[in-house]
Design a protein around this ligand. Sequence first.
Ligand SMILES: Cc1ncc(COP(=O)(O)O)c(C=O)c1O
Length: 411
Amino acid sequence: MPFDIRAIRRDFPILQTTVRGKPLVYLDNAATSQTPQCVIDALTHYYAQSNANIHRGLHYLAEQATLAYEETRKRVATFIGARSSREVIFTRNATEALNLVAQSYGRATLQPGDEILLTEMEHHSNLIPWQLIAKERGAVLRFIPVVATGALDLSRIDTLIGPRTKIVAFTMLSNVMGTITPVRELIQRAHAVGAVAVIDAAQGAAHRPLSVAEFDCDFLAFSAHKMCGPTGVGILYGKAEHLEQMPPFLGGGEMIHTVELTHSTWAEIPHKFEAGTPNIADVIAFRVALDYLATIGMDKIWAHEEQLTRYAAQRLAAMKKVTIYGPGLEDLRDAVIAFNVKGIHPHDVSQALDFEGVAIRAGHHCCQPLMRRLGVAATNRASIAFYNTFEEIDLFISALERTQQFFGVAS
Ligand SMILES: Cc1ncc(COP(=O)(O)O)c(C=O)c1O
């Protein structure tokens, strides 16, 4: 199917709306993506036609809902190249998926003095869970540094990774700088010392084709709401050999095999990790989002976003008094650009752009340690999705120029 940006944009009702009388220019996709009509329809259809609790009822609606829910699991497995849908666990979001690994795998395996290797660019969701479990188990956190170009400094990797390293957890794509990390190399380094590799694909899965089988990662986490799906659905991929050994994360209904008053046995994977009534409607609608993305093609999505990101970075770099953080114009960068405008606080930039209908994000982007490394308290962040256009980048840049004029910081 050819990449028809106009047709794609028509699929998203919100992209036809105006904000304060101006056409919406949505460049906050790293926070959450917009939702196509087919996904909205799937949600409505579920509540109108097949709403029932799953796995336990024997009536028609329960069977339909269960089938549709499990269909999404199979679809996710295909989308990420997993060997089996048993390796796909539904959580509330990527954050919960990463906490699951830390609390279950981490608690069961870490010994005092063991090391967990992270990077300085991690989102708090891939940092705090490791801080919590490291403190509890007496493990040590180590960090791959970030250099000025936003890349990971792998020159010291031999001193950071060794026989004590048990877990290597890192993002596939920085949610601040758009840096693409060397996923395969880091996974190989982890495996070479017998550690497991945990990939935070909250950003990566939304922008690039990926295959967990090809990566050979042990765990991979992402969120549906950054991939045109509904909020409230996260995915944890885990190799079956790990998941089978791991204790449950949460206890309750549906995750058990037998229950006695004082002890219980657990259901098979993946159900062992899905206690209680899950987010049925949103999981079911997520299948439609994945079909939608697959029909467009993740390779085409990536190609379009790469061009747009490059264009946006070039236009920003051409402005005076604008600093871009992370990769240079010649380096690879995906979908995310952090920048500051000299003399204007990021919150003011973001608010001024909002008056022009342009939605970006300002703040620390849940990456306070990275902000310290970059020497700033906050940045602006423009983040791109496949439904954005070159015209929208131009509108964003001209709104930014007017912002500079308004604050007397003319470019
Ligand atoms: C790199 C990265 N990891 C993890 C998360 C957490 O995702 P969620 O809030 O959906 O759990 C985000 C969210 O922005 C992110 O960008």
